[in-house]
Write a protein that binds this ligand. Structure first.
Ligand SMILES: C[S@@+](CC[C@H](N)C(=O)[O-])C[C@H]1O[C@@H](n2cnc3c(N)ncnc32)[C@H](O)[C@@H]1O
Length: 248
């Protein structure tokens, strides 16, 4: 066993021990304060993308999204709808690859979209004219455009069941005949979970997603865990699965 693996193992067993101990809550509070303090000294990008997930992981998450989509066959002429685009953590390289006006992003939090617009300026990509739409009710989204790819990275676990139903109906309405919807999910044998900021953070069984997708006339293929799909294994949520959905 290499020394890196030993560190990872030691870290995991320490985490398990802490989970069982009464120190769990106070340690969490200390970690939250430390994270807040670290943000004061963080770069602009670090601060912005902290609205999309752990500050330390944004580069990996950005690089992974475009690399997955490229491998899946994304072409410049494709139109892509990014559900829950957040701060454009993943969106910036996607916008860079696509033809002008071919990227559409939707997000519930205006604060994240403000950060997204700043990212766009810093990346010199305003001329690509991506559409960034503020909204949280997917049933109200009627763009009148069909997309080759619809993308939801680290988003479905944050939608409660009713909102997820709306998201899947929205996918069905906006997916081109041969279009593909890719979404990451936290799979488990039973439903459960916690929260992330003001959103839920939900674990659900695959057959739950299959049933919900069938209601929207979509069929689901589980492509496997991200760590089996070229995502670095030791980065947060590498165990999440990538689902692909198409019109049934
Ligand atoms: C973990 S972040 C991921 C952001 C982006 N997909 C990425 O990977 O960089 C989840 C995003 O989903 C957005 N979100 C949650 N519920 C939503 C809803 N009902 N409609 C639109 N966006 C939503 C949040 O505002 C947040 O920006």
């Amino acid at each position: 066993m290499g020394y890196q693996e030993e560190y990872v193992r030691a870290g995991r067993s320490l985490k398990r021990a802490l989970k069982r101990s009464s120190l769990r809550r106070p340690l969490r509070a200390v970690k939250r304060r430390a994270d807040e303090l670290a943000l004061v000294f963080a770069s602009r990008q670090d601060r912005r993308h902290a609205l999309s997930g752990p500050r330390q992981a944004w580069r990996v998450k950005r690089d992974y999204q475009i690399s997955f989509l490229r491998d899946a066959g994304l072409q410049p002429q494709h139109r892509l709808l990014d559900l829950g685009c957040g701060t454009l953590r993943g969106g910036i390289p996607i916008i860079n690859v696509l033809d002008d006006g071919h990227y559409w992003g939707v997000n519930a939090r205006e604060q994240a979209l403000t950060a997204a617009r700043a990212e766009l300026v810093d990346a010199g990509l305003e001329h690509k004219r991506p559409r960034l739409i503020h909204g949280s009710d997917f049933d109200l989204l009627h763009l009148g455009v069909k997309f080759d790819v619809i993308w939801a990275f680290s988003v479905l676990p944050h939608l409660d069941d009713a909102v997820l139903g709306g998201a899947l109906r929205c996918v069905k309405e906006h997916l081109a005949n041969d279009g593909r919807f890719f979404a990451t999910v936290h799979l488990g044998s039973s439903k459960g979970g916690g929260s992330w900021d003001e959103f839920p953070d939900l674990r659900r069984p695959l057959d739950f997603y299959e049933k919900e997708a069938a209601r929207a006339d979509l069929e689901v293929l589980d492509l496997g865990a991200l760590s089996e799909l070229k995502h670095p294994p030791n980065v947060v949520n590498a165990f999440h699965h990538m689902l692909e959905m198409r019109a049934a």
